[in-house]
Design a protein around this ligand. Structure first.
Ligand SMILES: [Zn+2]
Length: 329
């Protein structure tokens, strides 16, 4: 992660946010809307990092303690909500993690920032609980709701937030940059660009990392042969993943892209928009073998595994459960 200047596109939104910082007119509540993959979380975390940066500029300096903590995802005053239940965010969760927590002053920074992904999943009760906080926030509080469906948010919430709309960035922009400037081969550039979701910084990091190339290779091996691997080979693959604890998020993201490809191909029979077009034979095979329901179930299981891992559950067990779902016929 590295600042606004490394994000491709979203010029107007970035200008708005930087201007708010410059003029001291940062709002207490924002809604970032946009489809999955538009870069909502990246922009929200970059904004949060900039607000907390000790240098107080309109870009995060990437060098101070605060920026380092933000990059390491362990900044005590940047709170990103995660939730195990995929279908809804309950009033209890909002009370515990936001409403009840927000009156405690920031630990070590000017702001206390809450980022709520999938905000449309808040129940109406949860939204009402949050509304009171949005109406009378402490001076240091900033709440950022991320949503792909703003219509699910109560009008009373919507009217009190600054709304910023993010459009999907064309992956080909990032991909071309990687191929032209860094001479990354076509298919690796496609994967790196998809993972980066519009951030040239993240794409570059992925492209320059030998680790990442190795992870992609290992992940693809697992994905292509998941249904056919024997117990021993699968255990071996799992062991590789577990020993790579730092990279587990990358693995899961590659898995997600893969099964979105399978789903997309099943629905459209089109190859052009797939991330892993070079593996079309395998995608095709899995698309015809698996039902829509099974693919959806796998995608849900992947989401769940991500949350579980961040809740520090047993890594091996979480992955085993995931593989059971992936291998299900
Ligand atoms: Zn800084």
């Amino acid at each position: 992660m590295s600042g606004f200047q490394s994000i491709i596109g979203h010029e107007e939104v970035i200008e708005h946010l930087q201007n708010a910082i410059k003029t001291g007119k940062v709002s207490h509540s924002y809604i970032f809307t946009g489809e999955a993959g538009a870069g909502k979380k990246l922009l929200a975390t970059t904004f949060a990092m900039t607000l907390q940066c000790e240098k107080k500029g309109i870009e995060p300096c990437m060098e101070c303690d605060s920026c380092k903590k933000a990059v390491g995802k362990n900044h005590p005053d940047i709170i990103v909500l995660t939730h195990e239940n995929q279908s809804s965010i309950s009033i209890e969760e909002i009370r515990e993690k936001v409403v009840g927590d927000i009156s405690i002053k920031p630990y070590c920074s000017p702001y206390k920032i809450y980022i709520i992904p999938d905000a449309e999943k808040m129940t109406p009760q949860a939204q009402n609980a949050l509304l009171k906080t949005i109406e009378e926030p402490p001076a240091y509080a900033v709440i950022i709701l991320l949503t792909s469906n703003i219509n699910e948010l109560l009008p009373t919430i919507q009217s009190r937030c600054v709304k910023l709309n993010l459009k999907i960035i064309d992956n080909s922009l990032v991909k071309n940059y990687l191929m032209d400037k860094l001479h990354v081969p076509d298919y690796q550039a496609e994967v790196d660009a998809s993972l980066a979701q519009g951030s040239i910084g993240r794409a570059q990091e992925a492209a320059e990392s030998e680790d990442f190339a190795r992870i992609t290779e290992n992940a693809l091996k697992i994905l292509k042969y998941a249904g056919k691997l024997g117990a021993f080979e699968l255990a071996e693959a799992l062991k590789n993943m577990v020993s790579d604890k730092q990279s587990i998020d990358d693995y899961l993201e590659i898995f997600q892209f893969w099964f979105r490809d399978v789903l997309m191909f099943k629905a459209t029979q089109e190859i052009d928009n797939l991330v892993f077009k070079q593996e079309i034979n395998y995608i095709k095979e899995q698309a015809s073998e698996k039902s829509y329901e099974t693919i959806e179930k796998i995608l849900e299981a992947l989401e769940k595994t991500k949350v579980r891992l961040h809740a520090n559950v047993n890594l091996e067990l979480a992955l085993e459960l995931l593989f059971l779902t992936i291998r299900e016929k």
